[in-house]
Ligand binder design. Structure first.
Ligand code: C5P
Ligand code: C5P
Ligand code: ZN
Length: 481
């Protein structure tokens, strides 16, 4: 890790000062007032909500928690109707400061978030945003990490909650340092997790289900990185193992990745590189398969919760399959029945996602390709809670190459248009900032939007969708000219 300069030291001092100011307010309210928590519905948001719920519980207060998929007037009216003296938003809110301050004008509000902010908060809104404090919220701190900083400011014994902050950061794909390590504030949080013995880091092959699944299923279940011709293709993975001379069973028991010797692992990697290059994809994709593996030491060995990346995927499945409450139960420590249910949801989520991916790859009118975009029209097909997952997967699968922004659209149950966009690191380096583009354009089309440079979304009036998409393409053409 790079040594920190004195200006980094100043930034950190400001961050911790702000965290302790917000913590004082939360502590004061927790003593004899009611607190309402609101958090985003994806893996990071569920992790953030679980951290705040645990931290506030430990103060002796029993807060309510609402998981929300967006911030708008309807949702804020519902929050307004719930009795509370303090509302704490995590992993959501920084793009919606004015409307939150206005509708919840009779409450104290804390917004703890890592999204690109917009507007000015009212005097009742206490904003804790890592971007404003100079820390890049798309790659060095997640919503869960931001919530963890508050939890730690509330009580220094809360360092065990760092495990969930790491789960949230993995859910937001922030393991983008060399060998899938963390950068910046995430690396500091990881240090807390290692010191408090809740996480161990080792270097290994990063396949989904390293310790729990037969090897061919672990390879086929891996979508980050996406392995062309292997992700989602169990039979081809079996054939690859056969070609590499790897026995898949010992007696009647399936072997797992963690049963393999170093030599066998390197034979598998060589075969995957060979396969990737022969499918005309760059062999470097495979490098992302080797790197830091984060083991949650307090979890039962042999369960998917023991691996922090798999934990995040389970939470994401809960949120996106409309069972965020189950995700929270797991996030605060429920196991047994909750874990079984989440496993079941994960398998339904995977089936749903591969149905959508097949449809995208084969339906003649599913996609339209422009110079810098590929647009998926998921109206009537893709559920509104799944657009982000589909967009992420299309983008990482490089189904349409690496040089286009992926845009997935659908119609919501209340008749609005929902848009989920994903760029690539390459495009962000060229200046693409999807969060800013959607923040600026959406109000023109009767809606709201925002997010990160690399991943952003919007909800607008459905009759205005073509207008927004046209303007989005124009903005991208200008940046990428
Ligand atoms: O609201 P939040 O910040 O938690 O969501 C960020 C979203 O962006 C996540 O769904 C995450 O998976 C996605 N993402 C992505 N590609 C990246 C970084 C984030 O698809 N490189
Ligand atoms: O919904 P989706 O997963 O595509 O969202 C991508 C990112 O954009 C997330 O970080 C989400 O919080 C953010 N977003 C936002 N405002 C919206 C929609 C999405 O800030 N209206
Ligand atoms: Zn987040």
């Amino acid at each position: 890790m790079q040594p920190r300069s004195s200006s980094d030291g100043d930034k950190l001092a400001r961050l911790h000062k702000q965290a302790s100011e917000k913590a004082s307010l939360i502590r004061e309210k927790a003593s004899d007032h009611t607190i309402l928590l609101a958090s985003h519905f994806d893996a990071d948001g569920i992790s953030a909500g679980s951290i705040m719920l645990s931290a506030v519980n430990r103060l002796g207060s029993v807060p309510h928690l609402r998981i929300i998929d967006s911030v708008n007037e309807r949702i804020l009216d519902q929050i307004e109707a719930i009795e509370s003296d303090l509302v704490i938003f995590t992993d959501i809110g920084s793009g919606y400061l004015e409307i939150i301050s206005k509708i919840l004008r009779n409450r104290d509000i804390v917004v703890a978030d890592h999204h690109q902010p917009l507007g000015e908060p009212g005097s009742n809104l206490h904003h804790f945003n890592t971007h404003i404090l100079g820390f890049d919220g798309s790659e060095e701190i997640s919503g869960a990490g931001t919530a963890y900083l508050l939890a730690k400011a509330l009580d220094s014994r809360n360092t065990d909650l760092s495990a969930m902050a790491i789960v949230g950061a993995l859910g937001d794909q922030q393991d983008k340092g060399p060998e899938r390590r963390f950068k910046g504030l995430n690396a500091d949080i990881l240090k807390d997790a290692i010191e408090s013995k809740v996480i161990e880091v080792t270097k290994d092959l990063i396949f989904f289900g390293r310790q729990t699944r037969p090897i061919h299923r672990a390879i086929a279940s891996t979508t980050d990185p996406f392995l062309p011709g292997l992700s989602g293709e169990e039979d081809r993975c079996l054939a690859l193992l056969d070609a590499a001379g790897i026995p898949t069973k010992v007696d009647d028991r399936w072997r797992t990745i963690s049963d393999l010797s170093l030599e066998e692992k390197s034979r598998i990697v060589d075969k995957i590189i060979e396969h990737t290059i022969s499918s005309k994809f760059p062999g470097e994709i495979v490098l992302n398969l080797i790197g830091s593996v984060y083991t949650l030491t307090r979890e039962e060995p042999g369960t998917s919760l023991r691996d922090a990346r798999e934990f995040a995927t389970l939470l994401n499945s809960c949120g996106r399959m409309n069972r965020a409450g189950l995700g929270i139960a797991i996030g605060i420590g429920d196991r047994g029945e909750s874990y079984q249910q989440a496993q079941q949801l994960y398998s339904e989520y995977k089936t749903q996602l591969s149905k959508y991916m097949n449809w995208v790859a084969t339906a003649p009118n599913a996609t339209r390709t422009g110079k810098n975009v590929v647009i998926v029209n998921g109206k009537g097909i893709i559920d509104e809670s799944m657009t982000g997952a589909v967009s992420s997967l299309i983008s990482s699968s490089k189904l349409f190459g690496e040089s286009k922004v992926t845009v997935v659209t659908t119609l919501t149950r209340s008749g609005e248009a929902k848009v989920s966009t994903r760029a690539t690191e390459q495009l962000v380096q060229k200046g693409v900032n999807l969060g800013k583009i959607l923040q600026n354009l959406s109000p023109k089309y009767g809606g709201v939007g925002g997010g990160h440079a690399i991943a952003a979304g919007a909800t607008i009036q459905s009759s205005e969708l073509d207008g927004l998409l046209g303007d989005l393409e124009k903005s991208l053409d200008e940046v990428l000219a």
